[in-house]
Design a protein around this ligand. Structure first.
Ligand code: SF4
Ligand code: MG
Length: 323
């Protein structure tokens, strides 16, 4: 399949005063294939949102590159910028904060259309009605304000806004985390339907592995600004390799009570270290149940341990002997 997005050795560091640097994203590489959903998972502060925001150019990259359809997004200039901004859209976590409370729903949805000069005049209103239907709302909603809607409905408005400009790639940054559990599946199903209908590609950001399973073709697991593991969803759930992924998976409740009772739960000790002073060697080593001496000295390489299953962990490095 075609690579729509290529992220190469991307770093995003922030100066935080007194010469200190917060390494929010610290050298990650991955591709997003056309038409797929790549889930990006990790605890808050692991750099997943920053990764999304750097890809979409809300942030400049500190180092490394992002390519969209083969073009370096941080070097796009002139007329192409507008086109690029249209093709990549974002859906935000907080459906309360991300919609302007003073704007009518129709103007929120049409904002991007207006900016890009598409669907003007009579077509604008028709398009808004159509989008409202598409996301499970209706045209009566067009003249209302965001506060008149529930969280789930607001997220549908946010989705309609993203769709309005015919994007190719959507970064959904924890789009369901702020919603009731009962609503989460509905929004995920809507996103899946829209993907099929419009041939969309998604980067779906989430803080745990429970919901991403239902939407992701592949999943990347981040920790402290680095990518720990990346694999097809099924492989990742069936045979996680990285000790961090194993711990994350063991904390998801399972529907089958027999398995639920008998399985081993991995409780990680300690807290996530500060991205201002990450540990030497493997970023996960201060919490890893399987840490070895090498782990404090050497940052593990990104290895293809199985076909299409990547991991950054010395346990899978054929050149290193366990001590
Ligand atoms: Fe644990 Fe070492 Fe693997 Fe890091 S490299 S995850 S510390 S075993
Ligand atoms: Mg975030």
């Amino acid at each position: 399949p075609n690579k729509l997005v290529e992220v190469k050795n991307l770093k995003k560091h922030f100066a935080v005063g007194r010469g200190k640097v917060l390494k929010a994203v610290n050298d990650i590489s991955f591709d997003v294939y056309e038409g797929e959903t790549l889930g990006l998972v990790g605890e808050s502060g692991c750099g997943k949102s920053t990764t999304g925001r750097t890809i979409i150019r809300l942030y400049e990259a500190t180092e490394g590159e992002v390519f969209f359809n083969g073009e370096n997004v941080h070097k796009i200039s002139g007329k192409k910028i507008k086109d690029f901004n249209r093709k990549m859209q974002m859906i935000f976590q907080d459906p309360y904060a991300s919609l302007n409370p003073r704007m009518k729903v129709e103007d929120i949805i049409a904002e991007g259309m207006d900016i890009h000069g598409i669907y003007k005049g009579e077509k604008r209103r028709e398009r808004v009605f159509e989008l409202l239907e598409t996301v499970g709302l209706n045209k009566e909603h067009a003249t209302r304000f965001p506060h008149e809607f529930s969280g789930g409905q607001r997220q549908r408005i946010g989705i309609a806004r993203a769709l309005a400009v015919d994007p190719e790639f959507i970064i959904a940054d924890e789009p369901i985390s702020a919603l009731d559990v009962s609503i989460q599946a509905q929004v995920v199903n809507l996103l899946k339907e829209l993907q099929k209908e419009h041939g969309l590609t998604y980067l779906f950001i989430a803080h745990d592995l429970s919901m991403v399973k239902h939407i992701s073709d592949r999943i990347g697991v981040m920790y402290l600004g680095a990518m720990m593991e990346l694999a097809d969803s099924e492989d990742l759930y069936a045979e996680p390799l990285h000790p961090y992924t194993k711990a994350l998976l063991s904390s998801i409740p399972l529907p089958d009570p027999d398995i639920e009772e008998s399985r081993e739960r991995i409780i990680l000790s300690g807290d996530v270290p500060s991205p201002i002073s990450p540990p030497s060697g493997c970023p996960f080593r201060t919490r890893c149940p399987e840490a070895m001496e090498t782990c404090a000295v050497k940052n593990p390489e990104w290895l293809e341990a199985r076909p299409n299953h990547f991991v950054a962990c010395h346990l899978y490095d054929p050149n290193l002997h366990k001590e």
